[in-house]
Design a protein around this ligand. Structure first.
Ligand SMILES: [Cu+2]
Length: 181
């Protein structure tokens, strides 16, 4: 009797631990300083900087730079490719611009100072919806990755909650308890 009871406790604790990990996974937003210590300037390869990083909704990009020489413009893909930002695009000019990534999809940024973009001062990131919880198994045959919506990537301002992941983690925890009891 005693061993059965303690086995149940172990299983319950295990399930709670998994649920907690899943919640943290969904809730922990990261802040990235673009270019790390070098910041936002000419002699940094931002393609290399992005390489190996994964960005999720809720993460933040911080552009740090000398305002005499640089700015930040959140542009369209076409403007990014052409290094030709529209005059309508707002210029970020604080030298410490904080951009919260609130929508999944592609974001494009460049420096609006003459020739800086063509010299490589441009950045594109792909933002994913949320880190997938390990227990989130899609039904067989389901292909459920919505296409990125480019038009949504415009200087967003609010935080998206992670209640979906929290909910699925709790459901999984309860299911795990039921399985093992
Ligand atoms: Cu610049």
């Amino acid at each position: 009797m005693a061993s059965s009871s303690s086995k149940k406790h172990v299983i319950i604790l295990f399930s709670m631990a998994i649920a907690t990990i899943a919640m943290l996974n969904g809730a922990l937003a990261k802040e990235y300083t673009v270019g790390d210590d070098k910041g936002w300037r000419l002699d940094v390869n931002y393609t290399d900087w992005v390489h190996g990083k994964e960005f999720f909704v809720g993460d933040t990009l911080v552009f740090k730079y000398n305002t005499q020489f640089h700015n930040v413009i959140n542009v369209t893909e076409a403007e990014y490719q052409a290094c030709n930002p529209s005059q309508n695009e707002p210029r970020l000019t604080t030298g410490n611009d904080v951009i919260k990534l609130v929508n999944p999809g592609n974001y494009w940024f460049l420096c609006g100072f003459p020739s800086h973009c063509t010299q490589g001062q441009k950045l594109t990131v792909l933002v994913q919806a949320q880190a997938p919880a390990p227990e989130a198994m899609p039904p067989p045959g389901a292909t459920a990755t919505p296409p990125p919506e480019a038009s949504m990537a415009k200087l967003p301002a609010t935080l998206i909650g992670s209640s979906g992941i929290t909910f699925s983690a709790v459901v999984f925890g309860i299911a795990a308890i039921g399985l093992f009891l």
